[in-house]
Design a protein around this ligand. Structure first.
Ligand SMILES: N[C@@H](CCC(=O)N[C@@H](CS)C(=O)NCC(=O)O)C(=O)O
Length: 223
């Protein structure tokens, strides 16, 4: 493991999984604070100093604090020497194509469809029920997924024949769709299987979804 000064707050959801996964793919050691989004801890005074928007994941590298799962994994991939199998953009054109994927996945999949469904099903006590919106969100998600499924490249990667931030974002959105019981196109199922069989994904998954009851320090925030 490379010597680092990295601290990650966050567990319990696929947005947190993204960061554990990228850190493990990069072979980076990090201090982990298992803040669960629904533990109430994101509203503690100590945590609000780290992220006033009371959200995980949050990564600190030395004196730089980065929030937003997509921004964090992009930062990690560029701030450290990436292993040969990790795609890192080398110029503005490559970065544009990577951003195109990442912004697409984060808006059309994460925010506009999957999270709409989350809000109006799992969190309906907070946001209300909205069956029409959920149905439309699912249809739109499936439409956009069908549109991109032929774009998965050889070896099951979106860009450059290597694992990129875009693959981490797409795989974790598919995790979410699987949790909702969506029927997915066969090549998307194969794409997801390929990535979720990676050792780093598996280790990250176990860390992200470990039982909070097994973590005695769960409600403690480091100062
Ligand atoms: N767009 C953000 C979303 C972060 C987010 O909403 N995190 C949730 C867990 S998945 C959270 O921390 N919720 C706790 C809260 O809102 O207090 C990202 O991708 O990092």
């Amino acid at each position: 493991m490379e010597e680092t000064d990295l601290t990650l707050w966050g567990m319990g959801t696929v947005r947190n999984l993204r960061v554990h996964w990228m850190l493990m793919e990069m072979g980076l050691d990090y201090t982990f604070h298992p803040v669960h989004p629904r533990s109430g801890e994101t509203y503690s005074d100590e945590f609000l100093k780290i992220n006033p928007r009371h959200k995980v994941p949050v990564l600190r590298h030395r004196n730089v604090v980065v929030t937003e799962s997509a921004a964090i994994i992009g930062y990690v991939s560029e701030a450290f020497a990436a292993p040969a199998g990790i795609y890192v953009p080398q110029n503005a054109q490559e970065r544009a194509k990577l951003n195109e994927w990442c912004f697409f996945i984060m808006t059309e999949f994460d925010a506009h469809t999957l999270y709409v469904i989350r809000r109006h099903t799992t969190f309906s006590s907070l946001y209300g029920e909205a069956p029409t919106a959920c149905k439309a969100a699912k249809e739109y998600f499936m439409d956009q997924l069908q549109a991109i499924s032929p774009m998965i490249g050889e070896g099951g990667f979106l860009l450059g024949g290597k694992l990129s931030c875009a693959d981490i974002l797409l795989t974790t959105c598919i995790d979410w769709a699987i949790e909702y019981g969506f029927e997915l196109p066969p090549n998307i199922v194969a794409y997801h299987k390929g990535h979720s069989n990676r050792p780093a994904y598996k280790s990250a998954f176990n860390k992200t979804f470990m039982d909070p009851a097994s973590i005695p320090e769960l409600m403690q925030i480091p100062r």
